[in-house]
Design a protein around this ligand. Structure first.
Ligand code: GMT
Length: 380
């Protein structure tokens, strides 16, 4: 199959999922064409069967705002025609589903051999729960989702939320996030032992959080939890990633007098190594449709303490792979963390369960769900 994938290339989980999906599909013999404004960050190194098409945007003094959605639609038309695509797959509805709709209608009106092209939209999270609900986007979003030839959502929660909030009766297929379990696995060797020494003393535990530091990730809650946990369990905190709340988080940890015990790592490629030296992962988000970062941690055998929002309970099983608590209940999250870190046997059990749960979301299990869905939409 020849598939055109559009995603946000540099920021957020939707781009990661879209790129990893494209890579996995290419490995399975499909031809994948990424259509975006920049090369997706995870598309590093040469992969056979993968092509990248950059959307060029011409600036003209009259256009106060870049007309990306239109330029993207035109690029989708061009790539579909000249690379003989079978399908367009838009990740994150705004504006990708709208551009794909436009591209499909243009190709239909041209009446050539691509006049029957179909497009699929994958809903990831904030496209539905936040940005899409803004009055300036809502009618266009609803329309674009409804007009998609197929729609997938990354959790049952997101499917139901879409149907309720947009009053859409369209069938939505749940295809969860996935992980390369052979890459994301706990490394326990001389290198990671040495790595661990950089962060903590032998008897200290390492608590970790990864995100793009937006307000909805509630990174300050992680700092509050750490402040309580470290009173009972000798520990250090690693914060990975960067974003709008980072400065405020650094300021807050200075105010609490614990800045020296927290490592603000910024964006990191060595995620597997960092997760391999971690003992607990925190994701206390305000909103989370799936929680890819928690899945990455679990795949490395790290139990997760998360909020109970969105799709998180579909991934993190309370009392098995970690614990869940209400948004903002840092007291309960701290209590869970202290109890788990203090109980070696239970911890071992949770760590094994976390890895087993992650295996359920392996690339091998989930990517064929997309292939099956493509076949269904194309009537094959
Ligand atoms: O909002 C983000 O953190 C980025 C966002 C995105 O769409 O790029 O992530 C969403 O998609 C991920 C991949 O499907 C999910 O794992 C995240 O849970 C989801 N984020 C939110 O719902 C906040």
């Amino acid at each position: 199959m020849k598939i055109g994938i559009t995603c946000y290339p540099t920021y957020g989980g939707s781009g990661v999922v879209a790129t990893e999906l494209g890579k996995a599909l290419a490995m399975r013999g499909h031809e994948v064409h990424f259509i975006s404004y920049a090369m997706p960050t995870r598309l590093n190194g040469f992969v056979d069967n993968i092509f990248y098409h950059e959307v060029e945007i011409n600036n003209y003094p009259l256009f106060e705002f870049p007309l990306y959605s239109i330029a993207l639609a035109s690029k989708m038309v061009e790539v579909t025609k000249f690379h003989d695509l079978d399908l367009l797959h838009a990740h994150y509805a705004i504006p990708h589903a709208t551009s794909a709709f436009l591209a499909r209608e243009i190709l239909k009106s041209e009446g050539g051999n691509k006049s029957e092209i179909k497009f699929i939209t994958t809903l990831h999270g904030t496209d539905i729960t936040l940005t899409g609900l803004e009055p300036s986007f809502l009618p266009t979003m609803k329309f674009s989702i409804q007009k998609s030839d197929g729609v997938t959502a990354v959790s049952r929660f997101l499917k139901e939320k879409t149907q309720q909030q947009y009053q859409i009766d369209k069938e939505i297929e749940v295809i969860p996030n996935f992980i390369d379990i052979n890459k994301y696995k706990r490394e326990d060797n001389e290198k990671t032992k040495c790595f661990r020494k950089n962060f903590a003393k032998n008897d200290e535990k390492i608590l970790t959080h990864t995100s793009n530091f937006r307000a909805l990730k509630r990174v300050q809650d992680v700092i509050k939890i750490f402040n309580t946990v470290k009173e009972k369990v000798d520990s250090k905190l690693i914060l990975i990633g960067d974003g709008p709340e980072r400065s405020e988080c650094e300021r807050y940890s200075r105010e609490l007098g614990i800045f020296e015990e927290i490592k603000f790592m910024g964006k990191q490629d060595a995620l597997v190594e960092l997760l391999s030296v971690s003992d607990l992962f925190f994701l206390p988000s305000q909103s989370e449709s799936f929680g890819l970062s928690a899945l990455e941690a679990m795949s490395c055998g790290v139990p997760v303490i998360s909020s109970s929002v969105g799709g998180l309970p579909e991934l993190n099983l309370h009392g098995e792979t970690g614990y869940i608590a209400e948004i903002g209940d840092v007291e309960r999250m701290s209590k869970y963390a202290i109890e788990l870190l203090a109980n070696e046997k239970r911890y071992e059990h949770f760590s094994i369960n976390a890895r087993k749960r992650a295996e359920h979301f392996s690339e091998e299990n989930i990517v064929p769900m997309y292939e099956k869905f493509y076949d269904k939409v194309l009537g094959m």
